[in-house]
Design a binder for this molecule. Structure first.
Ligand code: 2HA
Ligand code: ZN
Length: 287
């Protein structure tokens, strides 16, 4: 067997958590990431018949969600209570590779969590989000959660309806509507780590790859690490522009006609119902 620490998936995952920490998105033990691995990329590194131990989903919070749609799927996931700043220095203790058991209630540890640890307290939100994303995009592989400062700040002073929140982000930087034409889903504040917030996040994940948890953070999903990371990075950049502007009057902005030009150039399907002008909103009604 080859050394798994040399695998491209562990290396890329470590770079991801280091970058997230460096950007200030993951203070202390904040944030969590789960990455769906392919059996063929694992087979040179792990004996997939060797289960180290079984880890029930229920941790700090009771949980009763059913992960049978993911049975047999293998995830690389961050550990509960672990600090992103330490992942790259010590992947074996801070990360785990787990396979969802056939009963849909526990996971089989195949590698990692060597100090007896377990996966993130947000495992229900992650697994339910994977199920939701896979139902609309069979190529989705990554779900990541973090606490970017500017999106958090914006969640205090901007209305939290997803049409206006998304529209403001689209206005704050030209690339936003190109990167997330579907906008950003917004939840109310909810208790984290629970099935309830997991279900609410997953429901949004059917329509959005970005879901805001006000006063807490954001979830991003994608086909690969770059897509999910890039979504959060772009939304966070736009939120930082919003916060730099603050309460100064906006004298000019990206108009909906400008956005429509971008949409046409990149052949995108945006949430037309998030637009304000009737000529664009009516495009949503036609669908
Ligand atoms: O502690 O970010 O949402 C990890 C978290 C919980
Ligand atoms: Zn969090």
């Amino acid at each position: 067997m080859k050394d798994i620490l040399e695998s491209s998936f562990i290396k890329e995952f470590c770079r991801l958590t280091t970058n997230m920490y460096r950007l200030g998105w993951d203070e202390r033990n904040g944030g969590n990431v789960s990455y769906l691995l392919k059996e063929e990329e694992l087979k040179d590194y792990l004996d997939l018949t060797k289960v180290i131990r079984k880890i029930p989903f229920a941790g700090v919070h009771p949980t009763s969600f059913d992960a049978t749609p993911l049975a047999g799927k293998i995830f690389l996931v961050t550990g509960t209570g672990k600090y992103f700043k330490n992942v790259e220095l010590d992947p074996k203790n801070n990360l785990g590779i787990v396979r969802i058991a056939n009963n849909g209630k526990e996971a089989e540890l195949l590698w990692g969590f060597e100090d007896g640890g377990r996966f993130t307290s947000e495992f229900p939100a992650h697994m339910m989000s994977h199920m939701a994303r896979l139902s609309v995009d069979p190529n989705n592989r990554i779900v990541m959660h973090c606490h970017p400062t500017n999106l958090l700040a914006m969640s205090y002073c901007h209305p939290l309806d997803e049409a206006s929140f998304s529209h403001t982000l689209w206005e704050m930087s030209t690339e936003c509507i190109v990167v997330f034409p579907e906008g950003v889903g917004c939840l109310p504040w909810m208790l984290c780590g629970t099935d309830t917030i997991g279900e609410a996040t997953a429901a949004k994940m059917k329509d959005f790859r970005l879901v805001l948890w006000p006063f807490h953070g954001i979830y991003g999903a994608g086909k690969d690490i770059d897509e999910a990371f890039g979504l959060i990075e772009t939304a966070e950049k736009a939120a930082s522009v919003y916060n730099v502007i603050g309460s100064r009057p906006i004298l000019q902005t990206i108009t909906e006609d400008d956005m429509a030009e971008l949409i046409s150039l990149f052949n995108l399907s945006p949430r037309w119902d998030f637009f304000k002008e009737e000529k664009y909103r009516s495009l949503a009604k036609k669908k």
